[in-house]
Design a protein around this ligand. Structure first.
Ligand code: ZN
Length: 167
């Protein structure tokens, strides 16, 4: 399973609601948890592996592995925090992103059981980041235009360099 990176249009599309939690979905969830373990990530969303469905998984330090299917963010705190973020789909690039300090989310797990979760700190940040992926939004969209332009320029330069090196 390959991670889709910046430049691929799938990252910009809205993911579809999951009608049935079948083997395809539970297997995808397992593989997504494997990927974040291998890549030392803290979360990944369906569109990042080309699965255009409303699912993401998280595994932050000190927390269990979590699977969110058809999630809805019910509440976000007024209080915000700025923290450096990266993304498996924008490898090697990081930027400070302002997000709500805590969130309340409702979703279904892989067994089809609904749950509500209140999260703060890193988990709240990861949930917001991964939820954005389901809407076709990247963390780059949440930084200033100037910073975004610079980051994308650098990213494209690094890509070109990588292509040259592999030839
Ligand atoms: Zn991401």
């Amino acid at each position: 399973m390959q991670i889709i990176t910046l430049g691929n249009e799938l990252l910009r599309q809205r993911a579809e609601k999951i009608d049935k939690i079948d083997d395809e979905i539970t297997n995808a969830a397992k593989q997504m948890l494997e990927i974040i373990k291998l890549e030392k990530g803290v979360g990944i969303a369906g569109p990042q592996i080309g699965l255009m469905k409303r699912i993401f998984v998280t595994h932050t330090e000190g927390d269990e592995e979590r699977i969110f299917i058809n999630p809805s963010i019910l509440e976000t705190s007024q209080e915000t925090v700025k923290f450096e973020e990266g993304c498996l789909s924008v490898p090697g690039f990081y930027a400070d992103v302002v997000r709500s300090e805590s969130v309340k989310i409702q979703a279904w797990n892989e067994k089809g059981k609904p749950f509500t979760l209140e999260a703060n700190g890193l988990l709240a940040r990861v949930i917001q980041h991964e939820y954005d992926h389901l809407e076709g939004i990247l963390f780059l969209d949440r930084i200033s235009e100037l910073k975004r332009k610079r980051l994308i320029e650098k990213y494209e330069k690094a890509l070109l360099k990588g292509e040259k090196n592999s030839k």
